[in-house]
Design a protein around this ligand. Structure first.
Ligand SMILES: [Zn+2]
Ligand SMILES: [Zn+2]
Ligand SMILES: [Zn+2]
Ligand SMILES: [Zn+2]
Ligand SMILES: [Zn+2]
Ligand SMILES: [Zn+2]
Ligand SMILES: [Zn+2]
Ligand SMILES: [Zn+2]
Length: 1875
């Protein structure tokens, strides 16, 4: 039955089945079922296409499927857009409208919504997405588009049951069909690529079916709800899939079902029903876990884990067990899947097949259906673990990651949904478990600290999982759900989760350990570090910031407490696991301490926002001491890395140091570290802290008063920079306030100022450089409103400037003057510099500012800044400034600097002063007396009594005991009598010694920082716990650099010092100023001024000013200090010269200094040289500069007496160009179509941005000439204008080719840089270039080179014609010969045979350059004649080259000659030389006298009887000919050098013709009546005298003559309607004639200028005609007046005008009949063209982008991947596309040849950038679209609105018109025709 139905017509079958089904008896349903059984037979009996057809027809139930679709769509009740897109789709994001940061809109919804003024951007989707329009949980309703704002389900009618009935019956079977297909096609892909191909094949087969389903989802809500019901219904699934299907195919169904079970098992999954099997599987899964660990962490360890757990130690086993003991949860999450509906199994297969795109889109398309969305989200979560497991194994994890995120973003961005699945499906547990599971697969043993006894495990950054960032989809989902408050709360409340999470974080603690290489350079630079940094940022820091957003109010205190507690537990475990005692292992560093950072950031939040008590969150002192060690180790290592102590580890270690402070990492890495150190410093003993710092920086040994010391820890060469590093670190620690009390605003401001001070920045760079605020979601995010207001408060905008010939600049922000004055903070700059040179750059800019404003003129010191007040919780930090240890260090350093000890730098002094000043500004609250009393008690030595810096400053140290090498100069000195001589009893760190020396209160003790720190540490430990074991544990193992015994040559001696810090400061003042007694406290005269003067006024200045400021502050802070200063200064005694001036040291220092100075000088010289070189290059390049290097000019024709002398830029010799040794100009020959793109209208053409707009090429100059020459060739082929080629005396005939010029398209333009060289020198130069071709961007083989002097690109040498002096002098301005005589002379000359040039070097070169010119363009631009390669073509080409170069010069002069000779373009013109070369070649041709136009121009001749030879077409009538072309032909074919008088004669004769053409053209523009009127009025005046110069007479005559051929009749039809509206007056007629003649006058004047050298005069625009006419000698100067009617006054007829005109008109009328349709076109000429310009672009880039990025190419009708647009003609091409490739030329290159003869300007639509193609090279030009900050947005990465920068576009157009792309753009590369 069913089988019989199969053959029937589908539509009628469907109709009858539908009728049957609607009856209630169930027969129809059964029939349908049977039909479907055979259609959807699993044995694939029916072809897939047929299956689809059946399904469609049946669903439509008798209608056509399209009609059915339309009907169903009518019932669409969806209020959401929900459009799903895939990768690379262009979408929008509006921050103003978005609630979730993931919100995105499709272009249609975005454009239909209201977003003007919003903070939006366009972006190219990476992973795909969906439109959120209409979803109010993701975006504000105000941003919905009109379509989705008003859509409500209420006004949509209910769906009639009957319409969807068939679909309801059919769809379950269709889905089943799909599932069966998926089951059958699946084979477990082992590593065999064949099976993978099988999967692809299966997918391909299913494609039509999935497409059908996808189409259904697009039919709107009505169909979607049916589909989703089928997919989620449990019963349907059970009925159809569980193997009980009623038909006889049971066997198949069973087999099919088994395949499904196999696939499940193969994935390590079990259906929960099959628990019986599970036990085995469980063991397998467990075993696999063990092997994963065993393989990486060592099997032996795993074996012992059980025992370890029992005795409760903290080994790795237990920790592992913590996770594995969760395995009840684990296996339910990781291993069990049970499918209850189609959707679940469908997702399972989607995962199995690794997310085929079509399936993903199908599943996502149904998301607007709310119930489906919930069901799908739950299904997704159910499969989550399985998805991630598949991801890890996937070969193409990148694609798969994108597809996963494409789905998950849609599901988890909605808070309500995320909360629901968190509660109902354990989403958080699943995610964290999966994360742990994932990372467990790549753990290794940590080697940090104690390599053997380390039980910590860390991730291995070399594993693909980390290297390829495979974990990111998971992490990004986790971050996404944590952004929802309700979800984050659940997480923070669940202690189990927190514990698991801390375990996870600890996997990253200490990863990627670096060990300093001490001997050999590492062989292999590990590149794992980036994976490590990325992992910490993404997997640890981002979730942390997410959690922190929810802990910002008092009510959330408890969360913070919990996190801090688990964090401390995890830290404690970590210290135990790495077996840490009290000192870090030497020469190790890891940059990864996420646990520390979690702790620090939660503390910061607690104090800042939650009013928690800091002390209640702090651990005990011992723990604090431990926590301080590793962050401090990083700081010291940074300094070591910058001191080049890690060079043997390769460049990557520098990379780590830079990444650590870089803007994207700093607030998750260095900032928390510094903050944690600040906390430790504020709570730990300050002496302990300070000595730890110097110890960690390895400079302890340096801090001795002795002039020499031994440093066991550090090479001498590193001491200076390590000391600088230590002091700088202390300064940063004490002055940074980022987490200690600054507000968000202040932080942003400080960050901005720091970045701007380093360098001017573009807006986008700045956005990138400003780290996100440590308080995420504070509103102060980059790009926000706050950001912009802050930016305008601190910076000025510098709009992009254009340097001619320079690179394109972008808009920049630069600090305001006030910022330099008051806010420039070198400390912040140092903290944020990635490159060390940036600090110097900031200081240089600062110096520039001071000089410019006159505030300070020599080199300033970094300015001291007062700091924001500390949050009271951190007050303890300031104790660091008031501790004895620091003061001893400061005293020692001041002393050493004053004594010129080795390795003391200005930077050290600067930091020392900074610390003293900080101390003075942060005095402790207790009074000085109290402090002193208290201090006395604790005093364990005799350095200082108290801890207050104000007191200690004036404390005089008399003697100091030092240990120093026996070689030191101090050793020989007698120790002062009063001191104990018991040197032997002194043992460093010994308590007995301390007791002994305490008696000796006058002598300060040898101060050992290391001993000090140990002592303090023990004290603290003892205080904490009396446990003896622990004390024992802390007793340090001797490490080589602390052992006192290792330096036996040291002796102890006592130095007499007798200085206080104050006296040292004053001494340093003298030293810096270079004058004794330079410091004199001014208050001695005016005792009141200390209190009134503000020391902060003196901020800018050098060390002298800094010391003065400090002394002033000191005096202001305490009376005693003031007295001390006075006393020191009053001491009249000559200041003691430095006691121990170690001459060797000094010499070394001096030498160093001198070397430094020399280096600076040299640098300066180099810089100067470079800048001079640059400016020379620029002037040489600058086309507009009128007076650049005049010496090189070639336009030297004004020196008639002396021969021109040329300098050869290669050999340097000067001399004339001669026949034997010719000199040549460096020229660039390039084909050009610029003139061909000129149009009639002055209004530039607009770039089309819609389908309605079009550009037609018809009105371009190039096309117009093409049409004309074709017309001429059709009617006037052979007759007439014969040429004889002088050499062979062959006659060539083609009058057409001599009636026009070509070269508008593809003509050759010749330009020069103006430099000359001997041609033989050039040849050897080329030879040398050929030999080292490696580095050149041009190809020497093509003759390309760069000018040896100015480096301008060139490809040929144009020989200079030797000047013969007589030629110059021969002409005179007013010749006496009559016109007739001259005409005769010209004619005679033409009859002469051309002088055949003797073969000389010069003539050879001229021939060779002609060859170059010819080959500079394509063959098709030369061969216009019917016979390719005939000399006719050559002739035409040559004079056209002259024409083109003349006209281009005219264009460069702005289209007219009003500026006269003043224009600079002449200076670099090589036209004179070019004309010589062309003339030399054209002279070889001779015009046959019988066809010579000269005859017909000057005499009455017998008009040829065209009737006689019918087979021959007539020659071209003179009135059809192009007069300028005639001029060039006549001038260039003159057999010898032309005399000026003959030139003028030719011009006069041609002007007569031109005038006649003008008038006849005009006559065609009259209406019939006007023509009649003018004809009659002119006739009357024929008898007047001078009637042949009366325009009225001539007009009348011409109308009369032309009427004879009834030419007007033919024309009147079309033209009159357009032109007849204006009434012609004598004025308008004169104007029209002048306009017609002007182009000829201009080219002629230019020609005369270049041939004869006289300067062009300048004039007003209205006077141009008169001026040029008299310049050419057409008008006598006396006649050149303001007479409006001068065009006819220029006429000079050799014979009776009317007769000549009659003859010319007769030529036309006799031949007109053959081509009556074209007469008007040929006779009515219009020589006026507007200047060439590029297409006019729209203001907003989006207009272009929206139209073109989806536009299909007309050739391949595909949407190109890289669309590009020709800005000359608007052609749309496929850049790089294989689709439009023709014979190995890609479309863009091809178009550049057709449209620009090798030059192309293309806008890359997807990048907003312009590329230039020039011949075989191309370059990236830049963009003409800039954002509101004046910046480009290459590749549209930022997606901000872009606006046309018309200045840039002008520059581009200018470069095109002047053919200077080659010279101005620098980075050219070959394109290999592949663009
Ligand atoms: Zn919308
Ligand atoms: Zn949309
Ligand atoms: Zn908006
Ligand atoms: Zn030379
Ligand atoms: Zn040059
Ligand atoms: Zn084009
Ligand atoms: Zn194309
Ligand atoms: Zn294409």
């Amino acid at each position: 039955m069913a089988a019989s139905l199969l053959g029937r017509d589908k539509r009628s079958t469907a109709a009858s089945l539908k009728a049957e089904c609607s009856r209630q008896d169930g027969r129809g349903v059964q029939l349908l079922g049977e039909l479907l059984d055979s259609v959807l037979s699993p044995e694939r009996a029916v072809a897939e296409a047929e299956v689809i057809e059946w399904c469609k027809s049946l669903m439509a139930g008798g209608e056509s499927f399209d009609d059915f679709c339309k009907m169903v769509r009518g019932y669409d009740n969806a209020t959401l857009c929900g459009l799903v897109w895939t990768a690379n789709f262009v979408a929008y994001r509006c921050r103003t409208c978005g609630i979730s940061p993931c919100m995105s809109l499709c272009a249609e919804c975005f454009n239909a919504g209201e977003h003007t003024g919003h903070d939006f951007n366009m972006f190219r989707s990476q992973a795909g997405g969906a439109c959120d329009c209409g979803d109010s949980s993701v975006m504000r309703e105000s941003g919905f588009c009109k379509r989705h704002r008003f859509a409500t389900s209420s006004n949509i009618p209910c769906v009639p049951n009957e319409l969807m009935m068939m679909s309801e019956h059919i769809l379950p079977r269709v889905i089943l069909h799909l599932i069966q297909h998926l089951r059958d096609g699946y084979n477990e892909p082992d590593s065999d690529p064949a099976t993978e191909r099988d999967l692809q094949k299966t997918l391909q087969q299913m494609e039509p079916l999935i497409s059908l389903l996808e189409d259904l989802t697009k039919m709107g809500g009505a169909m979607r709800s049916i589909l989703t019901r089928v997919l989620t219904n449990h019963q349907i699934y059970k009925d159809l899939c569980s193997g009980d299907l009623c038909t006889g195919e049971k066997a198949y169904t069973k087999k099919n079902y088994e395949k499904y079970l196999t696939a499940l098992k193969g994935s390590g999954l079990v259906s929960s029903e099959e628990r019986s099997v599970t036990s085995v599987l469980d063991q397998m899964a467990g075993a696999s876990n063990v092997t994963i660990l065993g393989a990486t962490a060592g099997t032996g360890q795993m074996d012992s884990s059980d025992e370890e757990e029992q005795d409760g130690s903290q080994g790795v086993g237990k920790r592992k067990r913590v996770k594995l003991s969760n395995s009840t949860k684990d296996s339910s999450i990781m291993d069990i899947l049970k499918h209850k509906c189609f959707l679940e199994e469908l997702l399972f297969w989607t995962v199995k097949y690794e997310f085929p795109q079509k399936m993903v889109t199908f599943l996502l398309n149904m998301l607007p259906d709310q119930s489906y969305k919930i069901a799908f989200t739950k299904t997704f979560v159910q499969h989550y673990a399985f998805i991630m497991k598949t991801l890890i194994k996937s070969h193409e994890s990148d694609t798969m990651s994108n597809r996963i995120v494409h789905i998950s973003v849609q599901l988890f961005s909605n808070e309500e949904l995320a909360r629901q699945v968190t509660e109902e499906c354990q989403l958080l547990e699943i995610m964290v478990t999966v994360l742990l599971y994932m990372m467990e697969s790549c753990l290794i043993k940590s080697e940090l600290q104690d390599e053997e006894n380390n039980f910590h495990v860390v991730v291995n950054c070399g594993e693909p999982l980390l290297k390829n960032n495979t974990y990111w989809p998971l992490v990004s989902d986790f971050i996404n759900i944590l952004s929802h408050q309700s979800v984050a709360k659940r997480f923070l409340e669940d202690q189990g989760l927190l514990q698991m999470w801390m375990n996870f974080v600890s996997f990253f603690q200490g990863m990627n350990l670096n060990k300093r290489e001490l001997n050999e350079h590492v062989e292999f630079e590990s590149q794992t570090y980036y994976a490590a940094f990325a992992a910490e940022l993404e997997a640890c820091a981002q979730p942390m910031w997410g959690l922190l957003t929810h802990c910002k109010i008092r009510e959330t205190q408890e969360y913070t407490r919990t996190v801090v507690r688990y964090c401390l537990d995890a830290l404690q475990d970590w210290f135990d696991a790495i077996n840490f005692v009290d000192e870090p292992a030497p020469n190790q560093v890891t940059f990864h301490l996420p646990l520390h950072r979690y702790y620090a950031m939660f503390l910061s939040k607690a104090i800042r926002c939650q009013q928690l008590d800091l002390d209640s969150l702090l651990p005990d002192q011992e723990m604090l001491m431990k926590m301080m060690v590793h962050p401090l180790q990083i700081q010291a290592s940074l300094s070591e890395i910058h001191s080049n102590m890690w060079v043997r580890n390769g460049l990557q270690i520098k990379g780590q140091a830079m990444t650590y402070v870089q803007s994207h990492f700093c607030n998750s890495m260095i900032d928390p570290d510094i903050f944690l150190l600040q906390i430790c410093a504020s709570r730990l003993d300050p002496d302990y802290f300070v000595s730890s710092v110097f110890e960690r920086f390895k400079v302890v040994d340096l801090l001795t008063m002795a002039s020499q010391h031994q440093n066991a820890a550090l090479d001498t060469e590193h001491e200076r920079s390590m000391l600088e590093g230590a002091l700088t670190f202390l300064v940063i620690l004490l002055s940074l306030r980022i987490h200690l009390g600054m507000t968000d605003d202040e932080i942003l401001r400080a960050e901005m100022v720091a970045q701007l001070c380093m360098s001017d920045r573009t807006h986008s760079t700045l956005l990138d450089l400003i780290p996100e605020n440590p308080n995420p979601k504070s509103g102060i995010i980059p790009g926000s409103y706050y950001f912009e207001t802050m930016l305008s408060a601190v910076a000025d905008f510098k709009a992009p400037v254009f340097e001619p010939g320079g690179s394109m600049q972008q808009g920049m922000y630069t600090p305001k003057a006030d910022v330099w004055n008051q806010e420039f903070d070198p400390i912040m700059v140092i903290l944020r510099t990635v490159y060390r040179r940036d600090v110097q750059s900031a200081m240089d800019r600062y110096m520039g500012f001071l000089k410019q404003t006159g505030k300070f003129t020599s080199t300033p010191w970094p300015p001291y800044r007062e700091r924001a007040p500390l949050n009271p919780s951190y007050k303890g930090l300031m104790r660091i400034l008031h501790c004895k240890t620091l003061h001893i260090v400061l005293f020692t350093l001041l002393y050493k600097i004053s004594m010129d000890h080795q390795n003391m730098s200005e930077h050290v002094l600067c930091m020392v002063l900074y610390l003293i000043e900080l101390g003075l500004d942060n005095l402790p609250e207790e009074t000085a007396e109290e402090e002193e009393m208290f201090g006395e008690e604790r005093c364990s030595d005799s350095w200082f009594h108290g801890t207050n810096i104000a007191t200690n400053l004036h404390h005089i140290i008399n003697y100091v005991r030092v240990r120093l090498p026996e070689t030191a100069p101090e050793v020989t000195r007698e120790p002062p009598a009063s001191t104990s001589s018991d040197t032997s009893s002194f043992i460093q760190g010994s308590r007995r010694a301390t007791a002994l020396t305490r008696e000796n209160s006058n002598t300060a003790q040898v101060f050992s920082l290391v001993a000090e720190r140990r002592k303090k540490f023990q004290e603290i430990i003892n205080r904490n716990s009396g446990s003896a074991i622990q004390t024992a544990a802390v007793r340090p193992k001797t490490s080589k650099w602390t052992a006192p015994n290792s330096t036996p040559q040291l002796t102890t001696t006592i130095l007499e010092i007798r200085e206080s810090m104050l006296s040292l400061l004053i001494k340093l003042h003298h030293k810096l100023s270079g004058k004794q007694n330079s410091y004199y406290p001014f208050w001695l005269e005016d005792s009141e001024s200390t209190s009134t003067l503000d020391p902060m006024q003196q901020i800018h200045g050098d060390g002298i000013i800094a010391i003065e400021r400090i002394l002033l502050k000191t005096a202001a802070r305490s009376r005693q200090n003031k007295c001390s200063i006075e006393e020191i200064c009053r001491k009249v005694a000559p200041p003691v010269p430095p006691k121990k001036s170690n001459s060797a040291d000094k010499k070394a220092l001096d030498k160093e200094e001198r070397r430094q100075k020399a280096r600076e000088r040299q640098q300066k010289l180099l810089a100067e040289f470079a800048s001079r070189q640059k400016s020379f290059m620029e002037t040489a390049m600058d086309l507009e500069s009128p007076d650049s290097d005049v010496a090189m000019d070639v336009g030297s024709t004004e020196q008639p007496d002396s021969e021109t002398v040329y300098d050869c830029v290669i050999c340097g010799q000067s001399g004339p160009s001669t026949e034997e040794r010719p000199t040549g100009l460096v020229v660039l020959l390039q084909a050009s179509s610029v003139l061909g793109h000129r149009r009639r209208s002055t209004e530039p053409k607009k770039l089309p941005t819609s389908d309605e707009e079009q550009i037609y090429p018809e009105d371009t100059c190039g096309t117009a000439h093409d049409v004309r020459i074709t017309d001429l060739q059709q009617y006037f082929k052979d007759a007439g204008f014969g040429l004889k080629w002088a050499l062979m005396k062959i006659k060539f005939q083609s009058s057409c080719l001599q009636s026009v010029s070509i070269g508008w398209e593809g003509g050759v333009y010749v330009q020069t840089c103006g430099h000359t060289l001997h041609i033989d020198c050039h040849k050897s130069y080329m030879e040398s270039l050929r030999n080292d071709q490696v580095l050149q961007s041009f190809s020497v083989d093509k003759g390309e080179f760069t000018c040896p002097l100015c480096r301008q690109f060139a490809n040929s040498v144009l020989p200079c014609h030797p000047e013969k002096s007589e030629e110059k002098s021969i002409w005179s301005p007013y010749n006496s010969k009559s016109l007739l005589t001259l005409i005769k002379e010209v004619e005679e000359q033409q009859e002469q045979l051309g002088m055949f040039p003797s073969i000389t070097n010069l003539s050879k070169e001229m021939e060779s350059v002609m060859k170059d010119i010819r080959s500079a363009t394509q063959k098709k631009y030369i061969d216009y004649g019917k016979t390719p390669g005939s000399p006719d073509n050559d002739f035409l080409f040559m004079y056209s080259v002259a024409r083109l170069n003349l006209e281009l010069e005219l264009v460069h002069r702005g289209g007219n000659l009003c500026l006269g000779g003043a224009s600079a373009t002449t200076k670099r013109s090589c036209l004179n030389q070019l004309l010589h070369v062309l003339a030399m070649h054209m002279r070889l041709f001779r015009i046959d006298s019988a066809y010579n136009p000269w005859t017909r121009l000057t005499r009455l001749t017998q008009v040829m009887d065209y009737g006689i030879c019918d087979d021959e077409k007539p020659e071209v009538p003179l009135l059809y000919r192009d007069v300028s072309s005639l001029l060039l032909i006549l001038v260039l074919t003159m057999p010898q050098e032309l005399h000026k008088e003959h030139f003028t004669c030719i011009v006069k004769v041609l002007y007569n013709l031109l005038y006649t053409q003008a008038v006849s053209t005009l006559s065609f523009q009259f209406s019939e009546e006007e023509r009649a009127a003018w004809k009659n009025s002119g006739k009357l005046k024929q008898t007047m005298c001078n009637s042949d110069k009366s325009w009225e007479v001539l007009l009348s005559h011409i109308i009369c003559e032309l009427s004879k051929g009834r030419l007007y009749n033919a024309s009147n039809t079309g033209q009159v309607s357009m032109l007849g509206t204006n009434v012609w007056s004598p004025q308008s007629i004169e104007y029209s004639i002048q306009q017609f003649c002007l182009p000829f006058l201009r080219t002629t004047s230019l020609l005369q200028h270049h041939l004869f050298g006289n300067d062009l005069p300048s004039c007003q625009r209205t006077e141009e005609f008169g001026m040029l006419a008299s310049y050419l000698g057409l008008l006598l100067p006396c006649l050149q007046s303001n007479d409006e009617f001068c065009s006819s006054a220029c006429l000079d007829w050799p014979i009776a005008a009317l007769d000549l005109i009659s003859q010319w008109c007769l030529e036309v009328t006799t031949s007109a009949e053959s081509h009556s349709e074209q007469v008007t076109n040929l006779l009515v000429q219009d020589p006026q063209w507007s200047l060439p310009c590029l297409l006019q672009l729209p203001e907003n880039y989006n207009t272009i982008f929206q139209y073109y990025h989806r536009k299909a190419c007309v050739h391949c009708s595909k949407v190109p991947k890289d669309p590009a647009l020709c800005l000359v003609c608007g052609t749309f091409v496929c850049l790089k596309g294989q689709c439009c490739k023709q014979q190995s030329y890609c479309e863009c290159v091809l178009h550049s040849q057709n449209c620009g003869a090798g030059t192309g300007i293309f806008l890359l639509i997807n990048a907003s950038v312009i590329i230039i193609i020039r011949g075989h090279r191309f370059c990236l030009w830049g963009s003409v679209y800039l954002d509101t900050h004046g910046e480009e947005d290459r590749d549209l990465r930022r997606g901000k609105p872009l606006y046309l920068c018309s200045e840039r576009y002008k520059v581009l157009e200018q470069q095109w018109v002047t053919h200077t792309f080659d010279h101005i753009n620098k980075r050219w590369g070959p394109h290999y025709n592949g663009l």
